[in-house]
Ligand binder design. Structure first.
Ligand code: AMP
Length: 215
């Protein structure tokens, strides 16, 4: 399998696509946001350190997040490929992959306009333990308010507030857009329209990945 980056603004549908790709290709999906939320939930020292940034919608410092990712990538399940969701978000983070010798075979950029981001984030629901995301209109769970896999109740993310959404968009434009521009020259860079249905986006991603995996 391959090492893949899924990149795009908050609410682009990265989490939904990551979940579907993980199932199809049987590779771990590494969401740095989900790792951080687990730390918050367990109230670890790292969680306490990062909470101030997450709640405000600001990026956690590069040195902290790079260490978290390095640890996670050293685990055995990553040796046959992985999907990164939410990393890298700055040029320094992208640089850390290079300096660690982590090769990336494909970059999937899910592109959506700001107006859509806001409407998507406001109706978003999540299964806390797994990070599986739903949307009350665009991607509803089978049983309203409950996770499709476990049946457990869904929650709304504490950082899906207006203030935090505004900051996350600012940080996306300022810090993450340069990462996308940097990856545009990669030979397997895909720019996909995230305003399409999740099924259509998934079909575009998988047909692209087929050409990468079986050139
Ligand atoms: P996400 O679930 O990817 O939207 O991430 C939720 C929050 O976790 C972000 O708003 C940041 O505060 C923090 N975070 C997640 N990934 C990163 C990263 N790669 N760099 C810095 N902060 C991050």
């Amino acid at each position: 399998m391959a090492n893949i980056i899924l990149i795009g603004p908050p609410g682009a549908g990265k989490g939904t696509q990551a979940e579907m790709l993980k199932k199809k290709y049987n590779i771990p999906c590494i969401s740095t946001g989900q790792i951080l939320r687990n730390h918050l939930q367990q109230n670890t020292a790292l969680g306490q350190e990062c909470k101030q940034y997450i709640d405000k919608g600001q990026l956690v410092p590069d040195n902290v997040i790079v260490e978290i990712l390095k640890d996670r990538l050293s685990e055995k399940d990553c040796h046959n490929g992985f999907l990164l969701d939410g990393f890298p978000r700055t040029l320094a983070q992208a640089q850390s992959l290079l300096s660690e010798g982590v090769e990336i075979q494909a970059i999937l950029y899910i592109n959506v306009v700001d107006e859509m981001i806001i409407s998507r984030l406001s109706g978003r629901w999540m299964h806390a333990a797994s990070g599986r995301t739903y949307h009350e209109r665009f991607n509803p769970p089978n049983n309203p308010g409950h996770d499709d896999v476990t049946g457990e109740p869904l929650i709304q993310r504490s950082d899906d507030t207006q203030e935090s959404i505004k900051n996350r968009l600012i940080s996306f434009r300022k810090d993450t857009q340069p990462v996308i521009d940097y990856y545009k020259t990669h030979k397997n860079f895909l720019d996909v329209d995230g305003s399409e249905t999740p099924e259509k986006v998934f079909a575009t991603l998988t047909s692209f990945l087929e050409t990468v995996l079986h050139p």
